[in-house]
Design a binder for this molecule. Sequence first.
Ligand code: FAD
Length: 348
Amino acid sequence: MKQKEVLIVGQGLAGTVLAFELHFAGVDVCIVNNPQKSAASRVAAGMVNPLVFKRMTKSWMVDELLPVMKKRYRELQELLGERFYFDLPMIKPLSEQETELWQERKADKRFAPFIEIVDESCPIDYLQESHTYGIVKGSGYLNTGRFLDRARHFFQQNKMLIEADFPVDGKGFEDRIFQDVEFDKIVFCEGHHLKTHPLFDFIRLQPAKGEVLQIYAPDLSENYIINRRVFVLPIGNHRFKVGSTYEWEDLTDTPTEKGKTSIVERLKDLIHVNYTIEEHWAGVRPTVADRRPVLGKHPQLEHTYVFNGLGTKGVMLVPYFASEMKQLILDNNYRVSDEVNLKRFFSF
Ligand SMILES: Cc1cc2nc3c(=O)[nH]c(=O)nc-3n(C[C@H](O)[C@H](O)[C@H](O)COP(=O)(O)OP(=O)(O)OC[C@H]3O[C@@H](n4cnc5c(N)ncnc54)[C@H](O)[C@@H]3O)c2cc1C
């Protein structure tokens, strides 16, 4: 029987970036992905926002995550011969009260690199009039669809990808044998499908469905991501991704009228420009109850790992934590931080 070192289940952002980490470390890695199953990474707008607007805090671990993220996507762009990551400032119309809070933050040197405030007239046409406008620096987006397509091509060329369903209810994961290949280790990167995985049902996953539109708005500026209750993200050729929604009951990947109406209503308050809706997608975010990623080894099955819980911020989280995951897989004594450790769900 053929032998390989690591099998990764799932070629979303988690499985893809982890596969590259292991490949660069010289590990003989293979991915199995079922393209018929829904993948949040294919629907994601790909936006990166270093701030959390609700409380005007910095996004969790942003100072550690951003440099690793930029470096890793830059390297992958070089390897795959295409640009996927784009730096793009973000603009948010601010009320008088919000302006005060933003000014306070701007005076704080921990926030200063991320914030600017424009208090003259509106910097872009067709945006709602407001007291002032906050500009976020360090934001941007990953074209996740193109990135995953190019990565898939690379994995196929290097005979690292099997397109099939991995049966999680069979014995395959205990024997670690798949399609007549025996693997030393298996890593599950199944996104929200983890919810029905019998081995990992103790993880408190709270998947959240989201919907996104693509609009064509030839008159709207492509120089900023606009973000207030809804984001408008320029992706080139006068196209914009607009979203999103949160839904915890219906966990299908079917777009709904309700989702579309919710986005369109919020968009009406933000920009006043003609547009047409070209696409409408839905997907399910793999969100964990405590909103932190999950990295670890199964408590009983020594060679079986999980990498999940990227939630709403997969683009920014994945390069840093895929690197952590690689170290965990390669070094039995490596410890990831308690905050992201699978052990936080052990109650036995
Ligand atoms: C509407 C929406 C908007 C979003 N916007 C953003 C955003 O702007 N910025 C951001 O950072 N994040 C965003 N996200 C979140 C982001 O998409 C996720 O954090 C990230 O994509 C999760 O990646 P993943 O690899 O864990 O899961 P997924 O992308 O879901 O990938 C899981 C993969 O596993 C495969 N799989 C599962 N089970 C099996 C099996 N048994 N056998 C074989 N294959 C299997 C599936 O086919 C799939 O390809 C958004 C998500 C949604 C839904």
